[in-house]
Design a protein around this ligand. Sequence first.
Ligand code: K1U
Ligand code: ZN
Length: 171
Amino acid sequence: MAVLPIRLFGDPVLSEPAGPVSSIDGKTSRFAHDMAETMYEAPGVGLAATQVDVHERVITIDVSESRDELRVFINPEILWASDEHKVWDEGCLSVPDIYDKVDRPARVRVRALNEKGDTFELEADDLLAVCIQHEMDHLMGKVFVEYLSPLKQTRIRSKLKKHQRDAAPHR
Ligand code: K1U
Ligand code: ZN
């Protein structure tokens, strides 16, 4: 297993849409487990393959407090979204230390394959519903910041540039 580097907002790879996984084999499940290790180490409640510069439709999520309820979604599709919406304070491992409100359907029904290649469906609410939608946006090349006002986006970009400058080794 391996912890993979997470790309940050502003990196063009985050805008690249992911394609479907054509066949699920040992390589796919090893990659899903590397993604899980990366998500737990960050720490985060979700991760999309796009964030580690792999452009295939794979997501890992664990919203449990015990951090032992890993879900792997391969080729996820939203089958239904509720008319009722909810506003949630979202974060993103690609946008460190920034949280802001995003309005999304409160509940979704999703179909996906797991790492063994079995199809499953689930209906999600609360953080799981938010996280599924947030990660599926990543697979389409969209970061949650793009739901915010242009002014907020500009502020976030300059904050992140400062964060990257501060993190870079001084000469
Ligand atoms: O996609 C990502 O970058 C992961 C992101 C998922 C997410 C969180 C909250 C709302 C929507 C989507 C994160 O995990 S940010 C970190 C975070 O929320 C968290 C980290 C540790 C424990 C609990 C939460
Ligand atoms: Zn994110």
